[in-house]
Design a protein around this ligand. Sequence first.
Ligand SMILES: [Zn+2]
Length: 79
Amino acid sequence: MAKIILLVLGLLLVYWILKGYRRRVDGAGSATPSAGTEDMVQCAQCGVHLPRSESITTQGRFYCSAEHQRAHQSGRAAS
Ligand SMILES: [Zn+2]
């Protein structure tokens, strides 16, 4: 009887190890590609490069912040 309990415990241990290992591999795999494939855009005001998802887009132009979006548009209106 003790052998069966040991066998079940052993199988559970292997199952837990495999489950934990797969989760670690999935976590590492999903973390890297998003950073490498993201489009980089340039702020129309200060020229800094930033990921497209972090930029503000207005009329086909990209800005690093709402402040620069406002500054660039008011600057164009004044001149
Ligand atoms: Zn900027």
